[in-house]
Design a protein around this ligand. Structure first.
Ligand SMILES: NC(=O)c1ccc[n+]([C@@H]2O[C@H](COP(=O)([O-])OP(=O)(O)OC[C@H]3O[C@@H](n4cnc5c(N)ncnc54)[C@H](O)[C@@H]3O)[C@@H](O)[C@H]2O)c1
Ligand SMILES: N[C@H](CO)Cc1c[nH]c[nH+]1
Ligand SMILES: [Zn+2]
Length: 441
């Protein structure tokens, strides 16, 4: 493995965890007053009510161009159809584990969900489809949506997407103050059971700190992209797609793992060219690329790599293995046989197979969820999906006397091995009732 470009992260200047801790503690103690103070401080936003009225929501929708509304509906259809397929893949069942003994599973929606739609830098209306609509498809009866104001005003398209996705309440509130208000509740906002949605480092950390008091979907912080490319990849496409995500903020890792030194070198040149090519977000992208961009060449000098049973695939498989160690949020596969990554890779938020698709399709239009794990959370979770809004609940019923008595005997013995006399007696009385055993106590 050889680095053609290494990341060079700056020494961290802000203690995100401490700032978030302070804001949450203040909101816990002072409720609405503290929420207002932080909204004013961080977003210069202190309206009479953070909650939008029906008239304000209708006005926001009316202010959007007709094409925007039509596109929102088209994309929401894709997101809904995919989420519905996911919902159908989750089944309730009842299983007779032994004669007369029934064990079952039911999937019930969470009752109150808080959905965060990012909006600090960009009006990220697509996140409304991913959070609110997915929760609604899971059957959540009440969804509260929060998004920050945009330059001191209502982000019309975001509000339209939130409303069309089915939000029951919409608040123009951002950052930690929104997350804490939804999780803890205030005088004016009833608390939710579960928080979903992506956000910047402050938002992700606030969700992490509040986990336990509320459920959270996953750690979905600042965006990441990783591309695996072989010699068939077009460096112009690779560079364009790396920069598609680098513009999210100054903290976006954009990584290329390639088996081709020339694709690696060419991509670095193309990135520099593209940054000069009338890219309105070039400043952020450049900062991200300089600080967190990496280009890694997986080389041909490891004999074991090439001596696999898979012949020519050896080197590309080695690239997939390197990519897995990053457990990146988005992994795009630009190789001759992209579907092979499905079999070879295990650690990613979402895979994008082949040059005909791209991360932006997933972000904006295609229908898979774009709320995905970052900071290597893909090692233990996938992205947001209907299943995250469901609680898988079990139940049991014993319909046979003999079965109950026999389980009682087993339970008595099992509990006494663990010194649980009280538990054991619950078993004993059933063995007594149904099998006539003596109660020894
Ligand atoms: N992982 C995912 O699934 C995913 C999906 C979409 C977006 N994202 C990420 O979401 C993020 C969106 O970030 P954003 O900033 O544009 O919007 P945001 O809505 O997440 O955050 C904006 C809020 O941050 C707060 N804030 C800003 N500076 C602060 C400070 N110094 N102290 C405390 N609070 C502060 C403000 O209250 C503001 O309302 C990006 O990092 C993007 O990459 C991730
Ligand atoms: N790439 C983001 C997930 O990290 C999602 C997104 C939506 N719009 C633009 N980007
Ligand atoms: Zn994106």
């Amino acid at each position: 493995m050889k680095y053609l470009k290494r990341s060079a992260p700056p020494a961290t200047a802000v203690d995100v965890s401490a700032i978030v801790h302070g804001v949450i503690a203040d909101i816990r103690k002072n409720g609405d007053a503290a929420v207002r103070r932080y909204s004013d401080k961080f977003d210069q936003w202190s309206p009479a009510s953070f909650r939008l009225s029906r008239a304000e929501i209708d006005a926001a929708i009316a202010a959007c161009p007709a094409q925007t509304i039509e596109d929102i509906k088209t994309v929401q259809r894709n997101v809904r159809l995919f989420a519905e397929q996911q919902r159908e893949s989750i089944t309730d069942f009842e299983y007779e584990i032994q004669p007369g003994v029934f064990l079952g599973q039911r999937n019930l929606p969470i009752q109150r969900v808080g959905a965060y739609i990012p909006g600090g830098r960009y009006p990220l209306l697509a996140s409304a489809h991913m959070t609110i609509l997915t929760a609604k498809t899971a059957g959540v009866p009440h969804v509260v949506g929060c998004t920050p104001p945009m330059a001191g005003d209502i982000p019309n398209a975001t509000v339209a997407a939130m409303a069309l996705a089915g939000a029951d309440e919409i608040y123009l509130l951002g950052g930690v103050q929104a997350i804490a208000a939804m999780a803890l509740g205030t005088e004016s906002m009833a608390k939710v059971d579960f928080l979903a949605g992506p956000g910047n480092a402050f938002v992700a950390e606030a969700k992490r700190q509040l986990f336990g008091e509320v459920g959270i979907d996953l750690f979905a912080g600042p965006t990441e992209i990783l591309i695996v490319a072989d010699e068939t990849a077009d460096p112009f496409t690779v560079a364009t797609d790396l920069l598609s995500q680098a513009e999210h903020g100054p903290d976006t890792p954009a990584v290329l793992i390639t088996t081709s030194p020339s694709v690696g070198r060419e991509t670095i040149c193309r990135v520099q060219e593209l940054l000069q090519r009338d890219l309105s977000t070039a400043e952020l992208s450049q900062t991200s690329w300089e600080r967190f961009g990496e280009v890694v060449v997986v080389e041909n000098d490891d004999k074991d790599v090439l001596d696999t049973d898979d012949g020519n695939h050896g080197l590309v498989d080695a690239a997939y293995a390197v990519a897995d160690t990053y457990a990146s949020e988005h992994v795009q596969i630009l190789t001759a046989d992209p579907r092979r990554a499905l079999a070879k890779m295990t650690a990613y938020g979402a895979l994008f197979l082949g040059a005909r698709t791209c991360v932006s399709y997933g972000d904006k239009v295609i229908g898979t969820n774009h709320v995905l794990p970052t900071k290597k959370a893909a090692r233990y979770t996938g992205g947001l999906w209907v299943g995250k809004f469901l609680r898988t609940l079990t139940y049991q019923e014993v319909r046979d006397d003999r079965a109950s008595g026999e389980l009682g005997r087993l339970c008595g013995r099992a509990a006494r091995v663990e010194k649980f006399e009280g538990h054991a007696r619950s078993g004993d009385i059933r063995a007594h009732k149904y099998l006539g055993d003596e109660l020894g106590w």
